[in-house]
Write a protein that binds this ligand. Structure first.
Ligand code: ZN
Length: 214
């Protein structure tokens, strides 16, 4: 059974890893399993419509598994209202193509929860690179949002503590743009949950099938 990495910027090209390559609107080749979205850091007002229609097109491909990463970030200079506007438009595309959303979220968890309540999407939402405390994790999970863990699970005691306290049917793993091995993330996670790695892989496969394969 393969390790599933739902969000990577660097393909490992190993046979025992299934990975979703994060692509941007300037990507030209889509050979692998991929996701595509407008990242909040890279919103440029003049290009939004053109990029959205490009994404709309790529989402039709069978090897496109998700829209993302997209999201909200209070630490970037891009106008926050504009970020919300572009995020909502991507939610619409995610719903149209019935593909889940991979979300980049910095200091905007309440806004994401509010938007979910307001827009009532049918597609699952996944916060990637999660590294916050248990309270934030549970408030997201209680609003039907999934969490994906990566580097921080290897390094941060806070993230490890959070991970120990959340249900296994709400999680995914990823490497993002970090020089880490997805297998180490699984191993750490299995240790924290006192599971065999094989069992954890099975659980992630179930999560993956219920969300990404419909
Ligand atoms: Zn990323």
């Amino acid at each position: 059974m393969k390790f599933i990495d739902i969000h990577t910027h660097n393909l490992s090209n190993q046979n025992d890893i299934f990975e979703i390559e994060n692509c941007f609107p300037n990507t030209t080749e889509f050979k692998n399993s991929f996701s595509i979205g407008i990242h909040p850091w890279y919103i440029s007002k003049e290009k939004i419509e053109e990029e959205l229609s490009f994404i709309d097109k790529q989402l039709q491909l069978d090897n496109c598994f998700s829209l993302g990463e997209c999201g909200l970030d209070k630490l970037t200079e891009v106008d926050f209202e504009l970020q919300i506007d572009v995020f909502k438009k991507q939610v619409t595309l995610s719903e149209k193509h019935k593909k889940p959303l991979i979300i980049h979220c910095v200091k905007s968890f309440q806004e994401i929860i509010q938007l979910k309540k307001e827009l009532k999407p049918k597609q699952p939402w996944i916060i990637h690179g999660f590294n916050k405390n248990t309270q934030v994790a549970l408030s997201l999970i209680n609003n039907g949002i999934f969490l994906s863990f990566g580097k921080s699970l290897l390094l941060s005691e806070k993230t490890q503590d959070t991970f120990s306290k959340i249900p296994l049917d709400k999680i995914f793993f990823e490497t993002d743009d970090n020089e880490i091995n997805i297998k180490d993330v699984y191993q750490k996670a299995a240790m924290i949950k006192d599971l065999k790695t094989e069992k954890l892989k099975e659980i992630i496969h179930q999560n993956f099938n219920s969300i990404f394969i419909k």
